[in-house]
Every structure is written in C-alpha cells, then in structure tokens.
Design a protein around this ligand. Structure first.
Ligand code: NAD
Ligand code: TDX
Length: 369
C-alpha cells in the first residue's frame, strides 16, 4: 500500500471510516481520496480530523454519477480502488429497494467503467493497479449446516443481498471479459465503533441507554457470524498487498451467535459497564439494576429472514496468511465501552432521519406473545 493513490468509496460510513482511519496511519506515503455521498449512513465528523490535517482528500459525490466519477479518476489517476459505498441495511431494502440498485449495482458499474477507462494501456491494463469490491456473505444466502466456500453459487434473498450479488457478478464479468484487475471480498457481520444504530448490536446498546424495549425478530434463533471491523479492514489490506487478480475471498471469524443469546450478552455487558463507570449512568434512562432480560421483546419477523450465515475462510488464511485477532467477548466489551463513551456521536445520529425510520420500522410492529 506504499506510495499509491488510493480511492476509498463510502469512507464516511461504518467500515469505511474504520478502514480510512487505519490506512491513514499505515500508508503514510500514499494519497488517500475518500468519495462519499454522505447519505443518512455517512458522517463526515468520523473523518473530519483526517481531512483537516490533510491526511486524506474528501469528495462528496454519488458513485453512480458517471461524469463526476470519470472526472475524479482523470484528476487523480488512482492505483487502488476500494468500494465500500453501498446502501447496506437489509430492513431498508425491504421498505424500498430502488436506491439499493442505483448505488450498489449502477454505482459499482460506474466505478468499474471509470477504472477500466483510466487503467487501459496498449497491451491491457497498467501494472500494479487493483479494484477491490467489498461484498458480503449474504450473497450466498442461508445455510442450515456447514459453511459456504467461495465456490458456492450465489443465492441471495433480500433486495439488499440481491443488489450486492449483482455487483459481484458485474465485477467478475469485467475480469472474465477484459482481464480487468479486480478482487472480491465477502465478509460476515461486522461490529465495532462507528456503526450506525440501525444494525443489531448498536441498536440494542442505544435502546438500553435510551430506555426502549429491545426488539428481537421472530424467535431470535437466527444465526450470524460476527467479526470485529478491524479484522475485516486488516484482511482487505492483506489482500491488496498479496492477492492475484480475479480472486474472491470469504472473510469470517467462526464466531456464531444466535440473536437472542447475543442480545442477552449485550444486556450483561452494558449493565457491567454502567456498574463500573458512574459517568455512563448519567446518559442512561435505566439504572443498572433495571437493565435485564425483561427489556427483550420478540417482534414480528423480518420477511425472508435468512436463518444462518456461515462461511469457510480457509482460502484467505492459507493463500494470504490472514487470520482474525479479536476475541468476540473482548471486542464486544470494547464496542459497548466505545458507544457509552461516545454518546454525543450517537445522540447526533439518532436525532434526525433515524427517528422517522425507527417509528416506521418498529413502533407499530406486532409484538409476539
Ligand atoms: P454503511 O451504511 O455504514 O456505510 C455506507 C457508506 O456509503 C456511507 O458513508 C454512505 O454515505 C455511503 N454511500 C451510500 N450511497 C452512496 C453513493 N451512492 N455514493 C457514494 N457514497 C454512498 O455501510 P457499512 O456497514 O460500512 O458497509 C460498507 C460495505 O461493506 C458495504 O458495501 C456493505 O455491503 C459491506 N459489508 C458490510 C457488512 C456489515 O456487517 N456492516 C458486512 C459485510 C460487507
Ligand atoms: O432490531 C433488530 N432485531 C433483530 O432481531 C435488528 C436490526 C436485527 N435483528 C436481527 C436480524 C439479523 O438476524 O439481528 C440479525 C442482524 O441484523 P442486522 O444487524 O440488520 O444485520 P444483517 O441483516 O445480518 O446484515 C448485516 O451483515 C451483513 C449488514 O447489515 C450487512 O450490510 C452485511 O452485508
């Protein structure tokens, strides 16, 4: 990653922020350009210190805006492109899928085309350039037993995962058709700092702090494999440094939790953090002894809710030499601590559009007996 011009899209969102913060420390000789539309999920405050200190260049732009994206590529001639930008929430894709197609599919096509145009030379493509598509394990669909490898066919079920699968196929088509230098990563559920509180872990933490019930979909037995965001970011850096073009890698940590057990664990961790730190209690509507499993409410299930995601990450471990480092219980404690220590960040985010979304998604949702 040394001495490169790197474009990172979606760098003001959850994983993008963690990635930008990580590489701006490590890739000191590189020029880092962040492109982000700043949708409801993008927060310029996350990376403002890096913009102000000129460690990164920030451009507010829609990745599906062909002219603007072509102009940015002409101006900066990037060598690496890492595409995090996406509409990323399954529940929102069920409410309205249009933006998911525009950003996740057309946006990817625009970036691929801009790179193809910029990287083409007489006998193919420039040397030492790479496009990395950040995808998800959800493209494989649900698996009751065993694990998906990179060879499994794609079988997405939500509009979100269908849009991500479409983007993956487009990236693959560019490699197959033009020999375009690209890799795809498919990671499991991320957790850690800066995650928007529409996603399960920060939603539960935030609901406890703000005195709300804790909505668990269906019977709470759906299973996800959780990975700390910094392990995901390290995997991407290792792939950029070591991978051949045309490869796809699963990135997971074999940390399976069903939702109800996970919510019970978060309750315990939040309560313990509050008991340890008087400072946190002033933000909370509940006193520590009120933070119990009685707050859990089973609510009407997500339509098409995938039962279990589980991937086999042998390939990245053997070929690239990456492995996850963060033990889940420790990572979760640090994440809870981060949210309780950054209540101003949370309060700002949940004050606007999120209120409307929460009302629409949860307030009239059937409570299951
Ligand atoms: P996020 O929703 O937190 O952030 C997405 C970012 O993209 C935001 O900053 C948003 O402003 C920006 N964006 C949205 N539409 C845009 C557009 N048209 N043009 C430019 N920028 C736009 O998402 P996240 O959780 O950080 O996920 C990042 C990527 O990782 C996504 O591609 C997602 O599919 C993938 N992924 C996420 C997870 C997870 O658990 N969160 C797991 C695997 C893969
Ligand atoms: O209020 C809730 N109650 C609940 O029971 C929410 C928000 C979620 N859930 C359940 C649904 C899932 O089984 O928790 C599980 C996790 O849900 P999300 O946080 O919405 O994540 P998921 O749908 O698994 O998708 C995530 O992982 C893969 C990311 O949002 C995607 O961007 C990523 O690709």
């Amino acid at each position: 990653m040394e001495d490169k011009v790197i474009i990172i899209t979606g760098g003001a969102g959850f994983i993008g922020t963690n990635f930008v913060r990580m590489i701006s420390k490590n890739a000191l000789d590189s020029k880092i350009i962040v492109i982000d539309l700043l949708t409801y999920a993008g927060n310029i405050e996350n990376i403002k210190d890096l913009i102000d200190s000129k460690k990164i260049i920030f451009i507010q732009c829609d990745i599906s805006n062909t002219q603007k994206i072509f102009d940015i590529f002409d101006q900066y001639n990037p060598e690496y492109i890492i595409n995090f930008a996406a509409e990323s929430h399954v529940d929102r894709s069920i409410l309205d899928s249009r933006k998911f197609i525009e950003t996740n599919v057309l946006g990817t096509q625009t970036l691929l085309e801009a790179a193809r145009r910029n990287w083409t030379v007489d006998n193919g493509f420039k040397d030492d350039v790479m496009y990395l598509q950040v995808s998800t394990d959800e493209v494989y669909g649900s698996i009751e037993k065993g694990y998906f490898t990179e060879k499994n066919p794609l079988d997405p079920h939500s509009p979100y995962s269908a849009s991500k699968a479409s983007a993956d196929l487009l990236v693959k088509s560019y490699f197959d058709t033009y020999g375009f230098p690209a890799v795809i990563t498919r990671c499991s559920n991320n957790y850690g700092p800066y995650q928007f509180p529409e996603k399960l872990i920060p939603l539960i933490i935030n609901n406890i702090v703000s005195g709300k019930k804790l909505p668990v979909y269906g019977d709470g037995k759906n299973i996800r494999d959780w990975i700390h965001v910094s392990d995901h970011c390290n995997a991407i850096i290792d792939i950029l440094n070591k991978s051949n073009s045309g490869e796809t890698y699963n990135i997971g940590s074999n940390t399976e939790w069903n939702n109800i057990d996970l919510v019970r664990l978060i309750i315990k961790v939040v309560r313990a953090e509050m008991e340890k730190n008087d400072g946190f209690q002033k933000y909370s509507k509940f006193s520590p002894n009120e933070i119990t499993e009685n707050l859990i409410e089973f609510v009407k299930d997500r339509p098409g809710h995938d039962k279990r995601y589980a991937i086999d990450s042998t390939k990245i471990m053997e070929v690239i030499g990456w492995k996850p480092k963060i033990f889940f219980e420790k990572g979760l404690r640090d994440t809870v601590h981060w949210y309780l220590s950054n209540q101003q960040w949370v309060k700002k985010i949940v004050s606007g559009e999120y209120k409307k979304y929460y009302k629409q998604m949860y307030e009239r949702r059937e409570v299951l007996k």
